[in-house]
Design a binder for this molecule. Structure first.
Ligand code: SOE
Length: 432
């Protein structure tokens, strides 16, 4: 196939870099020498080449640009090159986000000697091809979720990542919601046994940007580009998060999917983030699901339920999760991401009840490097933490999580959901 599609090109507007970071290294001057922005003297650089520059490209740029300024990292991320097919748009993106150079062909990016890591922020149809080529060229790889558009592609990617690991190259999937301090804290509480044996894992991911039937047929609604709809886009996140928090993989699912609006106007112009305008008359068919609802089993016996939809009127980015165990419960809502609700089931009845943990203390995950207690974080910080964790794993030569093998299992769950939905919700086992 050719160059990956850059569907949200209009998002990239020329402009000053957000935080004053230059795009061509430190300015010459007479003052004392300073390291390039975001790098620290004496630490080897980690030179990043990113493919894609739309919504996720902007989010990942923020992560790479900020991680070395907030955290003491063993290697300093350098925003070496950004790649997209439209030369003008990619130059504008480079300036806006602080990248030092541009490429219009991802193969040229991968061929460069001055790139250590390839960050893939394109739609799913190009993940496998770029990741396989980058691993073959000796690069580390970060790949946006879901890992691929099919189980076959994901298997090839996980296989290549396993071999690359033997050569010292690392690969990770961008399930960024593991990097919210509150979800990381939840994971450690489950692992410490505070909830005891898990009985229920209940997760929903609700958005509403498709409620209007006149919203255009953007790439996320086309199977050949996106792989699936709400299922792969939102469902992949909650499958990963549920498995991460539970500490085990789903062993089977039973599912319903639906496409509520089957024909939509074609896009009439630029797509920006999740917003777009429609063409006057031409329409096209929606080839993905609009919503997916499914139940699942964990090998431990815990039951799980999932809902992923773009039709939850009024819900913008509502990822909610609740875990109930024999000894306690935990609840999290992405729209209040600095908080975690915890019920200690061992506490005497008279005083028991859910309490709010404000996850902003320096001894909470990631927070020792940020602001004083109570000064909360947001969505973008998950990408900073993702960059931080990957840099540490690379410097220490250990497998980062979620690995491509983890991404492959999520892909198997997605495929099982589609299979079950096609077969009247029949329970569909998944190899763990
Ligand atoms: C769109 O639904 C989207 O941007 C997803 O693609 C992201 O993965 C999620 O983080 C926010 O919503």
């Amino acid at each position: 196939m050719g160059q990956p599609q850059q569907p949200d090109e209009a998002e990239a507007q020329a402009g000053a870099t957000a935080d004053g970071a230059g795009v061509s290294g430190p300015a010459a001057g007479t003052g004392p020498e300073v390291s390039p922005p975001g790098t620290a003297a004496g630490r080897p650089p980690l030179r990043v080449g990113m493919v894609g520059y739309a919504f996720m490209g902007a989010a990942h740029s923020q992560g790479w640009r900020t991680a070395g300024r907030v955290f003491d990292l063993p290697r300093s991320p350098v925003l070496a090159a950004i790649c997209g097919r439209d030369a003008t748009a990619v130059r504008a993106a480079a300036e806006r986000h602080g990248w030092a150079s541009t490429e219009t062909d991802w193969r040229a990016l991968i061929a460069r000697d001055d790139i250590d890591l390839v960050d893939i922020c394109t739609p799913g149809d190009s993940h496998a091809e770029i990741a396989l080529a980058a691993l073959a060229a000796g690069k580390h790889v970060l790949c946006e979720k879901p890992l691929a558009n099919s189980v076959e592609e994901a298997e090839a990617m996980a296989g290549a990542a396993e071999q690359a690991y033997e050569r010292g190259q690392l690969a990770m999937v961008g399930f960024n919601y593991r990097r919210v301090p509150a979800t990381a804290l939840a994971r450690s509480m489950v692992a410490d046994g505070r909830l005891g044996r898990l009985r229920h894992v209940r997760v929903t991911y609700l958005q509403d940007w498709l409620v209007d039937p006149q919203f255009p047929l953007t790439w996320r609604l086309r199977k050949e580009l996106a792989g699936s709809g709400a299922l792969g886009d939102l469902g992949a996140h909650i499958i990963d998060l549920a498995q991460y928090l539970a500490g085990e993989r789903l062993s089977g699912v039973s599912a319903l999917t639906e496409t509520f609006v089957r024909e939509r106007p074609l896009p009439g112009g630029a797509v920006k983030g999740l917003s777009a305008v429609s063409a006057e008359s031409a329409t096209g068919l929606v080839t993905v699901d609009d919503a997916a609802v499914f139940t699942g089993r964990f090998p431990s016996g815990a039951l799980a339920s999932f809902e992923a939809t773009r039709y939850a009127t009024g819900r913008k980015n509502a990822l909610r999760i609740e875990l109930n165990g024999e000894r306690g419960s935990i609840a999290f809502d992405l729209e209040r991401l600095n908080e975690l609700s915890y019920h200690d089931g061992i506490e005497p009845g008279a005083h028991a009840g859910f309490r709010r943990i404000l996850v902003t203390e320096p001894d909470h995950p990631y927070l020792d490097a940020w602001w004083p207690p109570g000064h909360g974080l947001g969505y973008e910080h998950t990408f900073v933490h993702q960059a931080r964790d990957l840099v540490h794993a690379i410097a220490e030569g250990r497998q980062p999580e979620p690995s491509f093998a983890d991404g492959l299992h999520v892909q198997r769950v997605l495929a099982a959901v589609e299979e079950s939905a096609e077969k009247n919700s029949v329970y569909t086992p998944i190899a763990v």
